[in-house]
Design a protein around this ligand. Structure first.
Ligand code: DON
Length: 319
């Protein structure tokens, strides 16, 4: 059952109310057991489906967490939003818009058909084709320096040094033929600078970085705060880059379900196949959920329900 939708104000409700509503969301949706843990990356299939954590970090750095909010898992596709922001910061709005695109494909995140239907264009940075093309634009003379740019940038968003889960990385690297094929196809259309196998490898490393729901809430809060990490006080990207990133997340962050997400939640979000979802309330804060069971589009079932509940109860819908 949903609470009535609260009116949006300029800030999050007081800390006690936020904590009580998070607890209520956790209690209410912990019993949902629809969906399935992703196993096309073999090591993801070992995740405990009972895990469920929620975290909210406000733009003043105030943090609240419920459940398994400190459990570490690989960031997967949620990395795409932050790598896009970092590449926008480095290359600028026009170049990224032209090279990647910002429209929804209406097709699954790993679709090859989306590429073929659109003249080989990667379409947007949140699907695998666009994320590979975005990672290919990371500045650096060598693969090592391009990887350092990405890892250091994502760590600045999180406010701590992020590390790779080597088991997930090796498991995905041994099974990522489809992403290698997408990268090669992009190359054949002239839309992927650099070596497609090397780009796929860096992309696989970025997807394997370990985060908790609490880390993700800090990363989301950095986008909510116009690019300044509210916990460390460090500027990671500019305000305009945040606006660009949030616009793309709103149109494509939950893949072909992005319209329903915007209709129900009313905020930019980004999901990943390990079970995380981030949501940004601009000027207010970042919300992160973690629960590994996914729906058919690859979005966490409990995470979507909890976010929808909290958006309404905390008055976060932008519209
Ligand atoms: O490339 C892949 O398939 C994974 N590393 C990430 C996919 C993902 O998280 C899609 N999310 N729902």
């Amino acid at each position: 059952t949903d609470l009535p939708r609260e009116v949006s104000t300029g800030s999050l409700p007081n800390a006690e109310r936020v904590a009580a509503l998070m607890q209520q969301a956790h209690d209410q949706f912990a019993s949902l057991d629809d969906g399935a843990v992703a196993d096309y990356i073999p090591s993801l299939g070992t995740a405990d489906p009972a895990l469920f954590g929620l975290a909210i970090v406000g733009v003043h750095g105030d943090a609240r967490a419920v459940g398994d909010a400190d459990h570490l898992f690989s960031i997967q596709s949620i990395s795409k939003a932050f790598v896009f922001a970092l590449v926008c910061e480095a290359l600028g709005h026009e170049q990224v818009w032209r090279a990647i695109g910002v429209n929804n494909t209406g097709l699954p995140f790993n679709s090859v058909m989306a590429l073929e239907l659109n003249g080989g264009r990667p379409m947007n940075p949140m699907v695998n084709a666009g994320a590979l093309a975005t990672t290919a634009l990371a500045p650096g003379e060598t693969a090592v320096s391009r990887w350092a740019f990405i890892r250091d940038g994502l760590s600045a968003f999180a406010g701590r040094e992020l590390e790779i889960d080597t088991v997930v990385y090796e498991s995905e690297a041994a099974a990522n033929h489809r992403n290698q094929a997408i990268a090669r196809l992009l190359q054949s259309y002239g839309h992927l600078p650099g070596d497609p196998i090397e780009v796929t490898d860096i992309y696989t490393m970025q997807c394997s970085l370990l985060v908790s729901a609490r880390d993700l809430a800090v990363m989301a809060a950095t986008l909510a705060d116009g690019g300044v990490n509210p916990v460390t006080g460090r500027r990671v990207v500019g305000e305009e880059v945040c606006a660009d990133t949030l616009a793309v997340m709103a149109t494509t962050g939950l893949y072909e379900m992005s319209g329903e997400w915007l209709f129900e939640v009313g905020m930019p979000g980004k999901s990943g196949v390990s079970g995380g979802i981030i949501t940004i309330a601009p000027g207010k804060g970042g919300l992160a959920t973690y629960s590994p069971r996914l729906d058919a589009a690859g979005n966490s079932v409990r995470g979507q329900s909890a976010t929808r509940f909290l958006s309404k109860a905390l008055g976060l819908n932008l519209f």
